[in-house]
Write a protein that binds this ligand. Sequence first.
Ligand SMILES: C[S@@+](CC[C@H](N)C(=O)[O-])C[C@H]1O[C@@H](n2cnc3c(N)ncnc32)[C@H](O)[C@@H]1O
Length: 200
Amino acid sequence: MPSGKSGQENHGNMSGKTRIHVKTRNEIKRERRLVDTRNHKCWGWMPGGIVVAMLFPLHGANIGTLLRTCEAAGACLAVPHYPWVPQALSKGYTISQRAPVHWAKPTSMRWLERERQRTGDEYVNIIGVELADEAIRLPNLPVRGERRTIIVLGHEQTGIPPEALEMLDMTVEIPMVGSGSTLNVAVAGSLVLYKLAGLS
Ligand SMILES: C[S@@+](CC[C@H](N)C(=O)[O-])C[C@H]1O[C@@H](n2cnc3c(N)ncnc32)[C@H](O)[C@@H]1O
């Protein structure tokens, strides 16, 4: 059972081990205020900013989950403006802060092409998350630098379409040892985001 902070610091329990204190909601809030990133209007446009691009979504639950992870890790989420997407986002996002969403308009591919055309100081690194021969393994993915990064995720059934693969600078693969062929896309995106953001 979690115990509240009573002013007494970590004393051993009967077995001599340090007692683990699970943070309360208020403690988490206080702690976040010290490194408050919540006032940024848009993380994706800052130097070193990250946009997770779920440009080919099939299931609403996955984009809701990814939006929540993006907010936690200080990144933005790019999604196409399909009629069902706004509702899926609001269902999955129950936080009072403004949702860090970019609408990929007019189409997902046009949005990605526009990003690809940025050059000079505006140049963005576009990283695909996919099981691919050329991919680097997640543990070898460097933490973000000064450049903005777009993390492109694949469709739940068919992966990243060939025309989008052509827009990528590199791909990253999450090693797996089990018998399932792939991870859930929201899990895959979250793992890559945390590594890239330097939070894991
Ligand atoms: C369920 S998978 C797509 C299906 C798979 N490409 C296929 O054709 O059978 C959905 C997406 O999750 C991501 N993904 C899942 N597991 C991954 C892994 N181990 N490494 C990298 N990306 C992964 C990729 O973006 C992939 O396109």
